[in-house]
Write a protein that binds this ligand. Structure first.
Ligand SMILES: [Zn+2]
Length: 361
């Protein structure tokens, strides 16, 4: 009874209602955590359902935060669920995090991860960390206030942008966030109860293909810019810039290197346009869905095969969402190609705006 009361009086902010956020929120609700905040600005897509078990087929198109609240309250109507249908940013992070006891990181990008880390360190809130990629995952509890390191002690610098593909781009085994998310939920319950040995100071690594767990000892870095002895980060910074992201917001003007899927349709419909369309995705993605008339040349093979292309030819490059084709464009430009455009939104936008019969994945 004493433990259950502690859970009831605990509040947890779950950043992201996706693959990790799903098992975390559901097990916390089932355990009787009193208040769960959900921060997510995204809407449910069919491609999410393989892992984001908070959401069902009928929720496709709805805001994830709303769908999450419904599922949580269907499971346990006594949980107070606060929806934050917004993107966490340097402007709102303190206000979002301050009212909660524990923060759990269910994000899928580096800028949000560093932002969450720094905000938690500065507000002295434990940050229950998890991340997943393909067949591997990791988890820890970052809490300098409890004597452990923070995320920056472990990873002082983000990887160069585009080096690490997102789950949507690189793929992830659907049950993997279930396993890592349940580990995060376990750590939250232990923190709330003040019981057991937490993952503070330890990084747990999991490989699903080998079915092996490993553990690394983590030490606090005295030189850490946010939790070290002489911190240089004392307020929240511009995390997109820190992570090297220069993507402009949706509403701004088109990037001069980009064309729309409508432009790509015109190019494909009119052979006299002289434009060739190249698909830089992988062959297994091409098998799922492709645009008739586009030539397949996977990004990974571009370095070896770009000589098959004509540097004076006009090319439109497309991929799944537009990230990889932009990298292909930058690579080809370095090789002296003059007339290149990236198709904004890739085959996903093509499916949405041009041809609904092209499956989304
Ligand atoms: Zn640190």
């Amino acid at each position: 009874m004493a433990g259950q009361k502690k859970l009831r009086s605990t509040s947890v902010l779950c950043i992201g209602a996706g693959g990790l956020g799903s098992p975390i929120a559901m097990y916390l609700a089932a355990a009787g955590i009193g208040k769960i905040g959900i921060v997510d600005f995204d809407t449910v897509d069919y491609s999410n359902l393989q892992r984001q078990i908070l959401h069902t087929d009928a929720d496709v198109g709805r805001p994830k935060a709303e769908s999450a609240k419904e599922t949580i309250n269907a499971l346990n109507p006594h949980v107070e669920v606060i929806i934050h249908n917004t993107r966490i940013s340097s402007e709102n992070a303190f206000d979002l995090i301050r009212p909660y006891d524990i923060v759990v990181d269910g994000t899928d990008n580096f800028s949000t991860r560093y932002l969450t880390n720094d905000a938690c360190v500065l507000l002295k809130k434990p940050n229950v960390y998890g991340s997943i990629f393909r067949f591997e995952g990791q988890a820890s509890v970052f809490a300098p206030e409890l004597g452990g390191p923070c995320y920056r002690c472990l990873y002082p610098e983000p990887p160069p942008p585009g080096m690490v593909p997102s789950c949507a781009e690189g793929g992830v085994l659907g049950v993997l966030p279930g396993i890592i998310g349940c580990i995060q939920a376990t750590e939250i319950i232990k923190l709330a109860l003040g019981k057991g040995d937490s993952l503070v100071g330890r990084l747990l690594l999991f490989n699903a293909l080998e079915m092996k767990f490993r553990e690394l000892k983590l030490r606090r870095d005295p030189q850490c810019p946010v939790c070290g002895e002489h911190p240089t980060i004392t307020e929240l910074i511009d995390y997109e810039m820190f992570c090297g992201i220069t993507a402009e917001p949706e509403t701004s003007a088109m990037n001069p290197d980009e064309v729309t899927v409508q432009d790509m349709k015109r190019a494909l419909d009119d052979p006299k346009s002289g434009i060739k369309v190249i698909d830089v995705r992988e062959p297994d993605e091409y098998e799922i869905a492709h645009v008739e008339g586009a030539q397949l040349l996977p990004l990974g093979q571009l370095q070896a095969r770009f000589t098959e292309l004509d540097p004076n030819q006009q090319y439109y490059l497309h991929c799944h969402h537009g990230g990889r084709s932009m990298r292909a464009l930058q690579f080809l430009r370095q090789q002296g190609f003059k007339y290149l455009k990236n198709v904004k939104g890739g085959i996903s936008a093509w499916s949405d705006e041009i041809d609904h019969s092209v499956p989304k994945y």
